[in-house]
Ligand binder design. Structure first.
Ligand SMILES: Cc1ncc(COP(=O)(O)OP(=O)(O)O)c(N)n1
Ligand SMILES: Cc1nc(C(=O)O)sc1CCOP(=O)(O)O
Ligand SMILES: [Mg+2]
Length: 206
């Protein structure tokens, strides 16, 4: 799949641990509501592993394929091949981007950036986009770094006018637009959808 920054506009991330009901149903509603990319992030308390994780990944991957929406995986490089992903997202403590790019020259690769030091030391030429956050307070990621605020988007945009940026962390329907106005190409979110009473309404507002 060829990357373009439009894919970042409504970037939904989910694992079964984020869901109070069947994750297949949640994803299906989100796809119908127009998310532009999906990331399978099966991680942390209550998440699946082994064969169950793989099976859920297969189910969700098929739903994305049916809607022609890119299917990304978080962290799990071993599953990337098995699930025939379109893209892989890694953070600063995951497999080094240089190694991911060497192994997957044709995949979309995203990298998390939370500090100036990470920005300075990361091989940005090897990635297609950066995930910038946590912009607002979040409790969804158990080990999230210090909240950086909208200013961080401005700071990065000033240094890298053209780099594709997706904002992440505490993104909700009320604040998503402020991240776009600050210079992000899109917003990434978990609970804005998984906790929504009406997923279509939430996705429309995002
Ligand atoms: C789009 C996007 N941005 C950031 C992250 C966070 O990745 P990481 O820092 O590796 O943390 P975990 O998600 O692995 O807990 C992401 N997954 N997606
Ligand atoms: C997966 C993730 N990464 C973050 C980062 O700062 O890199 S914050 C986060 C959790 C996002 O969940 P919610 O939309 O419910 O706040
Ligand atoms: Mg990670």
């Amino acid at each position: 799949m060829i990357f373009n920054r439009e894919l970042l506009r409504k970037y939904f991330i989910m694992g079964s641990q984020n869901c109070h009901r069947d994750p297949n149903a949640v994803l299906e509603e989100a796809l119908a509501a127009g998310i532009t990319t999906f990331q399978f992030r099966e991680k942390g308390t209550g998440s699946l592993s082994g064969e169950k994780k793989l099976q859920l990944g297969r189910e969700l991957r098929e739903r994305c394929r049916a809607h022609d929406v890119p299917f990304f995986i978080n962290d799990d490089i071993e599953l990337a091949e098995e699930l025939e992903v379109d893209g892989i997202h890694v953070g600063q403590d995951d497999m080094p981007v240089k190694e991911v790019r060497t192994r997957f020259s044709d995949k979309i690769i995203g990298l998390s950036i939370s500090t100036q030091e990470e920005l300075d030391r990361s091989p940005l030429e090897l990635v297609d986009y950066i995930g910038v956050g946590p912009i607002f307070t979040t409790s969804t990621k158990e080990d999230s770094k210090q909240t950086v605020g909208l200013e961080w988007i401005h700071t990065i945009r000033a240094q890298f006018p053209d780099i594709p940026i997706v904002a992440i962390g505490g993104i909700q329907t009320e604040n998503a637009h402020s991240a776009i106005e600050a210079g992000a190409d899109g917003v990434s979110f978990i609970t804005a959808v998984t906790e929504a009473d009406d997923i279509k309404e939430a996705a429309d507002k995002l």
